[in-house]
Design a protein around this ligand. Structure first.
Ligand code: SAM
Length: 228
């Protein structure tokens, strides 16, 4: 049996937030469970890398939410690889997770909290996109990974985020030439169709990944705003 260590546990209005490490040494896996829903672990981070690659070259990036900080790390690494400057706003609903990042409870969370190019904000990314608070934007890339996709929500109220009005708000916060990318645990024809009502050129990037002997097809739905 793997050793399981609780790195953080908190209750918010929305439910429990649980950060833990399973296993030891090179085999250790960090995992995050929010509101009873598996949100992220460090076993398989290729699709977070892909989000970082998609944002490559974007000088201003908005990420919603923080999770374990792998998307933040991917964006920073991609900017470093390209030798470009980047400013990253991260909007995370759970205050405890941001506090744990500032306390350095995992190496990737510590990096997100200490890299001077990153600003962590506690809030609802839907409210930020609707201009109801938080950082003002505009952004050259908006990367959304707040659920496991529209079919597997962490919070029921995130449902609205995947509808045309919210997608249009996100699009409106993009600078000309900017990109909106939404991580999904599986291809989502309804989300792609909603994105195509905003801009017909929206597209889906599929990624086959292996986890614990099973194969999954993750999808990143992408909407680009034309250059000015
Ligand atoms: C799937 S995890 C993100 C994983 C992340 N990509 C990573 O690299 O670790 C989802 C995160 O979004 C947060 N979240 C959920 N709904 C949110 C919302 N409406 N606004 C901001 N953050 C939200 C959750 O608390 C959780 O930290």
């Amino acid at each position: 049996m793997d050793e399981v260590v609780t790195l953080g546990r908190a209750e918010s209005d929305r439910g429990e937030v649980l950060l833990r490490r399973r296993g030891t040494g090179a085999y250790a896996v960090e995992e995050l469970v929010v509101n009873g829903t598996f949100a992220m672990d460090s076993t398989e981070t290729h699709s977070e890398r892909e989000l970082g690659r998609l944002a490559g070259g974007a000088p201003r990036v908005l990420i919603g939410g923080l999770g374990l900080g792998w998307t933040v790390a991917a964006v920073l690494d991609e900017a470093d690889r390209l030798g470009l400057e980047v400013q990253v706003d991260v909007v995370e609903l759970e205050a405890a997770l941001v506090a744990w990042a500032r306390e350095g409870r995992t190496p990737t969370l510590a990096r997100a909290a200490t890299d001077p190019r990153v600003r962590l904000h506690v809030g609802d990314v839907a409210a930020v996109l609707a201009r109801r608070g938080g950082p003002a934007g505009p952004w050259d890339a908006i990367l959304l990974d707040v659920d496991n996709g529209p079919d597997f929500l962490i919070h029921a109220q995130n449902d609205a985020l995947y509808t045309e009005p919210a997608l249009r708000e996100a699009y409106d916060r993009l600078a000309p030439g900017g990109l909106l990318a939404i991580w999904c645990q599986a291809p989502s024809p309804p989300l792609l169709a909603a994105l195509r009502t905003v801009d017909a050129s929206a597209e889906e990037h599929r990624h086959r990944v292996s986890r614990e002997g099973r194969t999954f097809t993750y999808a990143i739905e992408v909407l680009r705003r034309p250059p000015a």
